[in-house]
Design a protein around this ligand. Structure first.
Ligand code: PMP
Length: 409
């Protein structure tokens, strides 16, 4: 968007070159934003500019380009510190994505937990916030307990309170469910866990694109996200960790950059954040992710949320006008995600017909099989909206679903 605080959908859409594309001979309508958001031209340009003018390895060279690349990379770290309201920029670790960030933390806890210790997950998690912790349990004999959900797609807080005890060491919950859009009460979840001295990791992959996050206010011990879900490039993730926890966790990977001194007898590790950034990182991607943060802040997350909420309301009403639509996850407190099915028609068949119309939606279990098991369904069609979507696009989707219904009934 060109330096304007006004929300101008025409100008916003011009910022995203891909939105002009044709798919299957039709104008692209992109509704798979919870999987990956599209990339604004400023972010694409920053990658081109990096390789055209700045490319060098960071932290290592005394030469001009290396220093400039290091400044830009570390500048991005400062942007994320400010964006998340972290105390120090050394509490921001760059990774390859939310999955990598969660594995880094779960792996670190292998050394801190013992057999019989308890960890708590929610029923609403993406597989990437389940499997790494299951691996931890298998390795050390820790016990995983699950916060149950209700029909509305909300976590049952009173059941969570019952699971907590002095044995609880870590709680890991997403801020927003990718499959249903539910916004979880993470501040309350964190505060309860802290009464028992447990650390809390919040998976913010689906929160960062939609609303402001203040890790100090939440008092989160760890908070993770993926740049490709907030208009940045793929291959970049962030991990916020409180200094006291990042100091306690052992390094995840060994290699260059993460050391202080290496001899064949012993290696000492670098200070934060380098201790967790072994090897050459995705330098251009990190810098471009900082540009993505500037981009969304330029529009304003409050403005984004208001616009997306209006789209969500419109899409929900329109979908429910179609006979046979069932929406999963009906809490009032949700982001612009709608998971649904149409009668007994398989979600994949509808997805294919919609795709023929140039409309991208996601079908399947959305890497959240426990949620699908809860509803006793194999999957859903998921519409996930961004601030660059329009009501007209939603109308096209509704027409495509009506067409699919006619063809498949
Ligand atoms: N957590 C949630 C809630 C997600 O939606 C996703 C991606 N769908 C992930 C974690 C994993 O993100 P990534 O693939 O970028 O590592």
């Amino acid at each position: 968007m060109k330096n304007t605080t006004e929300f101008n959908i025409v100008s916003i859409r011009e910022d995203f070159p891909i939105l002009n594309s044709k798919v299957n001979g039709k104008q692209l309508v992109y509704f798979d934003n919870a999987a990956t958001t599209q990339t604004p031209k400023v972010v694409i340009d920053s990658i081109v500019s990096y390789y055209s003018t700045l490319n060098a390895n960071i932290h290592r060279g005394a030469h001009y380009l290396s220093q400039k690349a290091t400044e830009a990379y570390e500048g991005a770290r400062k942007k994320f510190q400010k964006h998340l309201n972290a105390k120090n920029s050394s509490e921001i670790i760059f990774t390859s994505g939310s999955t990598h960030s969660i594995n880094l933390v779960a792996n670190g806890f292998i050394g801190l937990l013992k057999s019989g210790d308890e960890i708590i997950v929610s029923h609403l998690e993406h597989h990437s916030n389940i499997v790494p912790w299951q691996m931890l349990c298998e390795k050390i004999g820790a016990i995983m307990k699950v916060i149950p959900m209700n029909q509305e797609g909300e976590l049952i807080f009173s059941e969570y309170e019952k699971l907590l005890s002095n044995e609880t060491k870590v709680v890991f919950v997403n801020h927003v469910s990718n499959a249903l859009g539910t916004i979880n009460p993470v501040k309350e979840i964190i505060s309860k866990a802290h009464e028992f001295g447990a650390a809390v990791l919040i998976d913010g992959a689906q929160a960062l694109p939609h609303f402001e996050v203040d890790v100090k206010d939440l008092d989160a011990d760890f908070y993770v996200g993926s740049a490709h879900k907030f208009y940045g490039p793929t291959g970049v993730g962030i991990l916020y960790g409180k200094e006291k926890w990042l100091e306690k966790l052992p390094p995840y990977q060994g290699g260059g950059e993460m050391i202080d001194e290496v001899t064949f007898e012993k290696t000492t590790y670098a200070k934060l954040p380098n201790k967790f950034e072994a090897g050459t990182p995705n330098i251009s991607g990190v810098i471009a992710s900082g540009i993505a943060i500037d981009y969304i802040n330029n529009i304003g997350l409050k403005t984004i949320l208001k616009y997306e909420d209006a789209l969500l309301k419109y899409a929900t009403e329109k979908l429910l006008e179609i006979d046979g639509i069932k929406i999963y996850g009906n809490t009032d407190n949700k982001t612009s995600v709608i998971s649904f099915n149409l009668g007994n028609i398989h979600h994949y068949d509808i997805g294919s017909i919609i795709d023929n119309e140039g409309i991208a939606v996601r079908t399947g279990h959305h890497c959240a099989q426990p949620i699908m098991d809860y509803y006793k369904i194999p999957g859903t069609i998921r519409l996930s909206l961004s601030f660059y979507n329009t009501k007209e696009e939603i109308d096209s989707l509704i027409s495509a679903i009506i067409l699919a219904k006619k063809m498949l009934s």
